[in-house]
Design a protein around this ligand. Sequence first.
Ligand code: 3PG
Length: 216
Amino acid sequence: MAKKELPNALPFLEENPIVPVVVIDNAEDAVAAGEALVAGGVKCAEVTFRTPAGRQAIKEMSKVEGMTVGAGTIINREWAEEAADLGAKFFVSPGWSAGVADVAIERNIPYLPGLQTATEIMMALEYGAKAVKFFPGGEAGGLKMVKALRGPFPDLLFVPSGGVNAENLTDWISNPAIASVSGSWIIKRDLIKEHKFEEITRLSQEATDKVKEVRK
Ligand code: 3PG
C-alpha cells in the first residue's frame, strides 16, 4: 500500500506563528472578530465546531481580507468533509483521527492533529505529518514534555495549544521545536460576545510583537 502523505502544514505555520482558537456564539460577529485579529497582525483563525455558530462563522470570517480560516475541534471524517465544504483552509483536532487525516489528503487541506504521546506521534508520522498540535500543552507537561518527545522525533515540529498565554508565549516560541503557538488568550469567547474587538486587536498586537522580538 502506498504511504499516506498529509499535505505539508509547514508553509502555513511559517506564515502564521500564532493560531488563535475561536469559540464563537454568533456568526454575525465573525467578520468583526476576524478584522480585529488581522488589525493586530494575526492573519489566521481556527474556528471551532464547538458552538452551533461555528460552521457559519467559518464562511463569514473567510470574507475578511488577508485572513486564513480553518476549522477546529474536527473529530471525525463527517465533520472534516463539512469543514472542507465550508471552505476551511486547515483542520485542527484535539486528538488523532485517521478519518480526518484521510479527508485532509483527499481535499489537500493541512491537518494539525492534537497529541501528547510517542504512540500518537508514530500514528501521525505514518501519515507523513511534519507538525502536530501538542494538546493540552500546559497540562500535558509543557515545554519539558515537548523537549522529551523531540528526542526520538528530532524533525517533528509542535504547535502547543491549551494553556498558552501572554506570560508564557515567549518561552514557547523561543524553542526550536515549536512551529507556532495556538490558543484562545487573544480572543476569548466573552470578548467576542461582548464586542470587545479593540481588546482583541490589542492582545493580538501584543502577541505579534512578542513573536517578532523572538524571531527577528
Ligand atoms: C482549545 O482547543 O480549547 C485550545 O487548546 C485552547 O486552549 P486555551 O483556551 O487554554 O488557549
